[in-house]
Design a protein around this ligand. Structure first.
Ligand code: GLN
Length: 199
């Protein structure tokens, strides 16, 4: 049974931990480098990426997380977590720094000029069944992906039609939306499969 950590500095940690536990793995909060050492994968929750970036430095986790990512640890980031995984952030704070994970450019609060929060069906490659009911809350979108990045999902309607909101690069997965809030476990199960395959 793999152990998956949830970065527990800030954000909706409990929702992710519950979704992981329901997906058949052991979920553990990660606040210290020693706790990071004990997990097979990591979830970076939704929240506020500027705060998370600051706290990751304060808690001495930023460099250890970058190192585990470079070594191939599977990581899933939702919303603020997607921002933390991006190599480039637009409309971020100048001092915010992520974990150098997925080679992509994300725009923070991208949908905000149109709508703050909204829900939309998103088809996700590799997630069988009906379109995912995706909840977006001051979400980013992806404006550019590098060569090794697979686009898994896009918004398919409305003013943001075509925007990329789910991606994968190797063992790294990111969604602009919050599957931890809807009770649909398919994205967490997808990530659990990535962790099992990497173990
Ligand atoms: N807007 C937040 C940020 O920039 C993300 C919002 C969220 O995680 N729901 O980090």
């Amino acid at each position: 049974r793999p152990t998956i950590g949830v970065l527990a500095l800030q954000g909706d940690v409990r929702e992710h931990a519950n979704a992981l536990a329901e997906s058949g793995v052991t979920a553990r909060p990660v606040r210290r480098p020693e706790e990071l050492d004990q997990v097979d994968g990591l979830v970076i929750p939704g929240g506020e990426s500027t705060t998370m970036s600051k706290l990751a430095d304060v808690f001495g986790l930023a460099d250890p997380i970058r190192k585990r990512i470079a070594d191939g640890m599977p990581v899933y980031g939702s919303c603020a977590g997607m921002i933390m995984l991006a190599t480039e952030v637009l409309d971020g704070r100048p001092d915010q720094r992520g974990f150098d994970g997925i080679e992509m450019t994300v725009r923070r609060n991208a949908f905000g000029r149109q709508v703050d929060s909204f829900e939309a069906p998103v088809e996700i490659t590799g997630v069988p069944g009906p379109a995912f009911h995706a909840v977006f809350i001051r979400a980013p979108w992806v404006e550019r992906v590098g060569d090794g990045v697979e686009v898994l999902g896009r918004v398919t309607d409305g003013p943001a039609d075509g925007r990329v909101v789910a991606v994968r690069q190797g063992n790294l997965l990111a969604t602009a939306f919050h599957p931890e809030l809807t009770g649909d476990l398919r994205v967490h199960r997808y990530f659990v499969d990535v962790v099992r395959a990497a173990a």
